[in-house]
Design a protein around this ligand. Structure first.
Ligand code: ATR
Length: 266
């Protein structure tokens, strides 16, 4: 019988993960099936345990359960501990083990797929919620010249940046007069069709604006294009974090290029 994996979240019906992992399994010849589990809030731990009891070997965790998944784990990777969130559960052990592949997924999309060099770059991370927390450590590890965390509520940015030596924190107004090579939007503003109120002039020549939201052209990306910056949505990050999870579970890293191209082609 094929090994069983799934993505768990709420809602989860439109997740692309089952399709992505089916492509990875076919390309690598790994014998697995990958489904989806919609867990009601309050029933996450129960749903995980049920899947495990049925022989499930691993889960991808998506909104809104990543922090809860972290709490559930007896042991986690260093990167999951740093993010205080888990998006990859390994269940074929005595106790659940948690990892987080979101940060490396973003960095691989930036560096491998888009040829960007983060070392020495001026980096701006917008937002201080779960999405920002999940990727800040991976960005810092690339040794950029600076990382500024800016948030609508500055106190949240300060609390996040305080955990990463060398990073700065501020509100949006305080960004006036600064310029960045990479601007990552980790706010959920785009999901509501909103634009974080950013001062003009943030985009350095040749800069890249990256929105972690995918499947829609956000106001942030439209603004970046209008300012002459390159714009990227989070689809590549989605595929790269999936590939890294596949590696954690199966010990083999699938190629991502064809899968990403097929998703882009729609
Ligand atoms: P997620 O897990 O998606 O990061 P979250 O923890 O609720 O969700 O955080 C949402 C982030 O988007 C926060 O940084 C939030 O700013 P506040 O901390 O000030 O609430 C940010 N955000 C949401 N809507 C926004 C908007 N319209 N403009 C700017 N920032 C917004």
């Amino acid at each position: 019988m094929a090994d069983r994996y799934a993505v768990i979240g709420h809602p989860v019906a439109h997740s692309k993960s089952p399709w992505i992992h089916a492509q990875f399994a076919r390309a690598t010849g790994e014998d697995l099936e990958y489904g989806s589990i919609d867990a009601s809030p309050g029933e996450f731990a129960l749903a995980v345990e049920r899947f495990r009891a049925q022989g499930g070997k691993g889960l991808n965790v998506t909104l809104p359960f990543k922090e809860e998944a972290f709490q559930l784990c007896a042991q986690t990777s260093a990167r999951a501990a740093a993010a205080r969130a888990v998006n990859t559960l390994v269940l074929d052990r005595e106790r659940p083990y948690g990892d987080n592949t979101d940060g490396v997924g973003l960095v691989r999309d930036l560096c491998e797929n888009r040829g960007r060099r983060l070392a020495g770059a001026q980096v701006l991370l917008l937002g201080a919620g779960g999405a920002a927390q999940g990727v800040l450590g991976a960005l810092v590890q690339q040794a950029p010249a600076c990382v500024v965390v800016a948030n609508r509520t500055p106190a949240r940015a300060q609390a996040l940046a305080a955990r990463w030596p060398g990073t700065e924190a501020c509100g949006f107004d305080a960004l006036a007069g600064r310029r960045f090579d990479l601007l990552v939007n980790a706010t959920s503003a785009g999901l509501a069709g909103e634009l974080p109120p950013l001062p003009a002039g943030l985009f350095a020549p040749g800069s890249l604006a990256y929105d972690m939201v995918y499947g829609r052209d956000t106001e942030f990306l439209a603004m970046a294009r209008a300012a002459g910056a390159q714009a990227a949505d989070g689809l590549g990050m989605l595929v790269e974090q999936a590939a890294e999870s596949f590696l954690v579970w199966r010990g083999v890293r699938p190629e991502t290029r064809a899968v990403l191209a097929a998703l882009r082609a729609g």
